[in-house]
Design a protein around this ligand. Structure first.
Ligand SMILES: [Mn+2]
Length: 417
């Protein structure tokens, strides 16, 4: 008697899909795991509130408050998810030994040595983000676009420091570091001058990118956003601004966060558009709900559609940098992380298991009737059996038995914090 995987494999083979090859390939696709789900985007360098137009809601017990706790929590997540994890850090997660505090403009590689040790021990790469929020130098809601030259200078120095740290990450781990610039700069209400802040933002990012770095090691990105909490009327780094900036600056990569657009705009449709022009593109995988941009990623239609476009536009998946970006403080944070990472893995697996060349042929030959029928047929194929095999080969549970592990961790570790 054949196993469920063997029988599923045969069904996919009839469509020309080699599921063994898909599983082998997916194991090597890096996906960045964001450290900030573990502590509600607080970090270790300040006591103030979260600012910058983002907000966590909920007070589920057990959040990490020390680097040791956060690292232990990340380890727990890594043990529960299939696939290849890359670590994604924000600058606010610098680790200072006693009396060693350095402000954002004075950060050095040594403040991240413990993270490098963590990554090297686990043989994973690191992505990085300057932190342009939750800091007193965010003046009147502005950082790099502030009219105050001293404020701009502080944040430019922060950006430059982060480039040096990104290069350090790449050199230490042997994996290129994707460094993403995002600011929450904007205005709550109708501006009198929309262009001035954008001209200053452009100059400031150019000043940051003037810091020397090896383009094969550091991949600078720029991320847009349509609005944030308290910056409803105007954001400086709008979609047109960031996409134009990346297009006009060699080596700068556009980063699209699918929670950062109007709800009727779909990043799945933007993926082929940007890959038509840019050699490399970066994506934040999240789930927008009405005005919120940061719910836990689920295996839903748009998540799958984004995975399909990445796979179809870039078969080798070497031109797209994928990172999760969300934070939920109302549920167990280990579970939030795990569900999101596994959901994106499921979406990639499903996309890789589709007869994409055959579907394209149907479209190109104008056979839209059969295209619809075949696409519907695909939905009933036993992807769950392929998923189980993939998880088994990765040494993790295919079903939700990982959740027992999380509940045990909550009882043994999180509830004692
Ligand atoms: Mn994002």
């Amino acid at each position: 008697m054949s196993t469920r995987y063997e029988s599923a494999k045969e069904l996919y083979a009839k469509w020309g899909v080699d599921t063994d090859a898909v599983i082998k390939k997916l194991k090597d696709v890096p996906v960045s795991l964001h450290c900030w789900q573990g502590d509600d985007v607080i970090g270790f360098d300040h006591d103030g509130p979260l600012t910058g137009g983002i907000q966590t809601t909920g007070d589920y017990p057990g959040k990490a408050t020390t680097p040791e706790q956060l690292m232990a929590d990340i380890d727990k997540v890594i043990s529960l998810v299939p696939g290849k994890v890359k670590l994604n850090l924000h600058a606010s997660y610098a680790i200072f030994d006693d009396g060693q505090f350095a402000d954002r403009d004075k950060l050095e590689p040594k403040h991240f040595k413990k993270w490098v040790d963590f990554a090297k021990e686990r043989n994973i790469g690191i992505d990085f983000n300057p932190t342009f929020f939750s800091h007193p130098n965010m003046k009147d809601g502005l950082t790099l676009s502030s009219p105050d030259p001293e404020i701009r200078k502080f944040w430019i120095e922060h950006g430059k420091a982060c480039i040096r740290i990104s290069q350090y990450f790449a050199e230490e781990t042997g994996v290129p570091c994707v460094m993403n610039i995002w600011t929450g700069d904007g205005l709550k209400d109708v501006p009198a001058d929309r262009m001035g802040p954008r001209l200053r933002y452009k100059e400031s990012i150019e000043a940051i990118l003037a810091e020397p770095f090896d383009k094969s090691k550091v991949k600078p990105c720029i991320e847009s956003k349509v609005f944030g909490i308290g910056v409803e009327a105007y954001t400086v780094g709008s979609a047109e601004f960031t996409l134009s900036f990346a297009a006009m600056h060699d080596g700068c990569i556009p980063l699209m966060d699918n929670g950062h657009y109007h709800p009727t705009e779909l990043v799945s449709d933007k993926i082929p558009a940007v890959l038509t022009f840019f050699p490399e593109c970066a994506f934040h995988i999240t789930r927008g709900v009405r005005w919120d941009s940061d719910h836990v990623v689920l295996y839903d239609d748009e998540t799958l559609e984004m995975a399909k476009e990445m796979v179809r536009c870039n078969k080798e998946l070497d031109r797209v940098f994928m990172a999760l970006d969300y934070f939920d403080a109302s549920i167990n944070r280990i579970s939030a992380w795990t569900v999101g990472f596994r959901s994106w893995q499921k979406a990639l697996l499903t996309a890789l298991c589709m007869p994409n060349d055959k579907l394209k042929e149907l479209q190109d030959s104008g056979n839209y009737t059969k295209l619809m029928v075949v696409q519907e047929e695909m939905k009933m194929l036993p992807i769950g059996d392929i998923w189980d095999e993939y998880c088994k080969e990765c040494g993790v549970a295919g079903d939700m038995s990982w959740f027992d592990d999380v509940m045990k961790y909550e009882a043994d570790v999180l509830s004692k914090r």
